[in-house]
Write a protein that binds this ligand. Structure first.
Ligand code: URA
Ligand code: URA
Length: 252
């Protein structure tokens, strides 16, 4: 118990909501007071500490991400830490409504420390800016793996397993309105399935209660431009949710 009983109630309620979302419950009834508090609580409430009189504690949106980033930068849990130039934590706004999750850094990303800056990255940037009419800096972009696999080989299951806790904590801190999984590795890791991307795309899934859309990876779209139309359809469904026109799970 902390010294603030209301904080304990809010924390318990958040845990209840998370558990309830895991059970695929879409609706929970809350008192207006609790609902209002939860609305205001986009990042976890830090432990209560005595405030000098006349001051109020505020949750800083970027703070949990910044400390997580420091952990990732120092990570040596897998062999990729020996071959990387640097880690690639993620890029964008800590209050983003939309988070893109890719596979792993490539050569350009490893060199610059920023996700999706190579050729596939240019296509993703075009999707965001020309397609969705958002600024790249307003969304958040990250990958399942934070380090480059040598020669851009596919991530190993052991690497995904060791790196996934960072992704889980990133999404927990960001709590976006929508997640977009780019390609098979992101979709299968987040949704805990082996289903192929062609079967996962085109409909809504949920990640701990957060609506998730899976679509083709931009690198795949560069090789198969005929599939761009399907990603464009996925992106339009995401925009409807961001614009409040559709609530996934409550479609007519
Ligand atoms: N491909 C990815 O999956 N992620 C990147 O950051 C770049 C290319
Ligand atoms: N294979 C992948 O890994 N991703 C795609 O988007 C398509 C095929």
């Amino acid at each position: 118990m902390s010294s603030d009983p209301f904080r304990d109630i809010i924390n318990d309620t958040c845990e209840l909501l998370r558990q309830s979302a895991k059970g695929r419950n879409r609706v929970v009834h809350l008192s207006p007071e609790v609902a209002q508090q939860l609305d205001a609580r986009k990042t976890p409430v830090p432990p209560a500490s005595p405030q000098p009189t006349g001051q109020t504690a505020v949750a800083v949106p970027g703070a949990p991400l910044a400390s997580l980033q420091a952990e990732v930068t120092a990570c040596t849990k897998c062999e990729l830490s020996r071959t990387r130039t640097q880690t690639v934590f993620g890029d964008g706004s800590p209050t983003a409504k939309l988070v893109f999750v890719g596979e792993a850094p490539g050569a350009d990303e490893d060199r610059q420390g920023v996700p999706f800056v190579g050729r596939a990255g240019q296509l993703l940037t075009d999707i965001i800016e020309k397609g969705m009419k958002l600024r790249r800096g307003d969304v958040f972009i990250c990958n399942v793996l934070k380090c480059r696999p040598p020669g851009n080989r596919n991530p190993l299951p052991s690497e995904v397993e060791q790196c996934e806790p960072y992704l889980i904590r990133q999404l927990e801190a960001l709590r976006p309105a929508v997640i977009c999984a780019l390609g098979k590795y992101a979709a299968q890791t987040l949704l805990k399935t082996n289903a192929p991307i062609g079967r996962l795309r085109g409909r809504w899934h949920f990640y701990h209660g957060i609506p998730l859309r899976a679509t083709y990876h931009p690198a795949y779209l560069l090789r198969s431009p005929g599939e761009k139309r399907k990603t464009w359809e996925d992106v339009q469904e995401i925009m409807k949710v961001i614009n409040g026109e559709v609530v996934p799970g409550q479609e007519p």
